[in-house]
Ligand binder design. Structure first.
Ligand code: KG4
Ligand code: ZN
Length: 353
């Protein structure tokens, strides 16, 4: 039983998990810091780093206890090595290295985005290659996933990440924090046809995304409504925003399917991953697209879409199988693109994955 301990500390979740090479998740412990950041309406990097430092040892101990194994039984320790808030990444990576050093285990620095990207292989056991839509707080990318460590970026956002757009729009509407889930809840009670909002990039060439115009359009409606921004209007605006995002993601993904299939043929899986993939309306819209194009649709269970350490342990398993282990001199990095050949994205909030 080859077991990998995974550690995730790149944003506001302190997480540890033990995952076996045969895809069994023996433990998956996630401590959210939401309450510590709520007062500020967003993640405060310094508070996040200190909270990771306070809690990580207990979270790792809990993950080991739940898995019912000792450190000596592990095959390796994997920790997020970036991209993310560097203070938190340093806490996780240094802890991972210390455990590896003390117990004589290999250490593996994992790209957080690779954790999201490979989750569908952990949950559904799919083979390479597949088309991935990665939608999170810091990223919005379409990638051809050709193997562990082999990614080709087909599209990215030219301004805000999609999760960022959810969070900012929720703030504009006064829906509270964290914004994505709050906006989804409000939208459930709303009429998506009441407000006509732009459908960003729909019909444009290429596979890139843009969300700042949509956010501005919501702001304008809020200003026009003034005192008329009651609960009804909030829910209707949330629902209108959500369908505009869905239309944009479906249009962009549809174009990426064409590019992907030119290289890899038809019928490969279409995978959605990252925190925003927890949104049910978006999942349904993307599942519909996959069905129309004859592609199996894979979306991880909600708890494995948002940040967790099982995905880091699994990416560690894949790297271990390829012999891709790191030394204790591994350097954590705030930026770490999956496709190093792709041009840097303009203005994308790359600190949060
Ligand atoms: O991947 P993730 O957990 O963290 C990183 O960004 O690394 O993604 C978090 C993002 C946040 O922007 C959050 O608002 C968004 O995912 N999110 C959602 C939902 N749940 C989380 N967005 C829309 N609908 C949701 N249900
Ligand atoms: Zn993430």
């Amino acid at each position: 039983m080859d077991l990998v301990l995974g550690i995730e500390t790149s944003c506001d979740e302190t997480a540890a998990a033990v995952v076996a090479a045969d895809r069994r998740i023996l433990s998956n412990v996630v401590l959210s810091q939401i309450d510590e950041h709520r007062l500020y309406g967003g993640v405060v990097p310094e508070i996040a780093a200190r909270a990771h430092l306070d809690h990580l040892d207990a979270i790792v101990a809990e993950a080991m206890r739940e898995a019912g194994v000792g450190f000596a039984e592990l095959a390796a320790v994997a920790a997020t090595g970036g991209p993310g808030l560097i203070g938190g990444v340093l806490v996780g990576a240094t802890t991972g290295k210390a455990i590896a050093l003390v117990h004589g285990l290999p250490f593996i620095g994992v790209n957080h985005l690779e954790g999201h990207a490979l989750t569908a292989r952990l949950t559904d056991g799919i083979d390479y290659p597949y088309l991935l839509l990665l939608v999170s707080g810091g990223h919005c990318q379409l990638l051809a996933v050709e193997g562990a460590g082999r990614y080709r970026r087909l599209g990215t956002t030219i301004d805000d990440a999609v999760g960022e757009a959810f969070d900012k729009t929720a703030k504009l509407l006064g829906l509270g924090y964290p914004g994505g889930p709050a906006l989804e809840r409000a939208a459930e009670a709303g009429d998506p046809a009441r407000f006509e909002l732009p459908r960003p990039m729909v019909g444009k060439p290429g596979c890139d995304f843009s969300f700042s115009g949509l956010k501005t359009a919501v702001r304008r409606r809020v200003e026009e409504l003034g005192d008329g921004l009651d609960d009804r209007a909030r829910c209707d605006l949330a629902a209108s925003f959500q369908v505009a995002v869905a239309a944009s993601l479906v249009d962009r993904s549809g174009r990426a399917i064409e590019v992907f299939e030119a290289d890899h043929g038809a019928g490969r899986p279409f995978v959605v991953a990252g925190g925003v993939a927890a949104n049910r309306t978006l999942r349904a819209a993307l599942a519909g697209l996959a069905e129309r194009r004859g592609m199996p649709f894979v979306a991880p269970p909600l708890g494995l879409c948002t940040d967790n350490a099982a995905m880091i342990a699994w990416a560690g398993q894949e790297k271990l199988a390829l012999g891709l282990v790191d030394g204790l001199d591994f350097r954590p990095r705030p930026r770490w693109p999956l496709d190093p050949d792709a041009a840097p994205s303009i203005g994308a909030g790359a600190v949060k994955a």
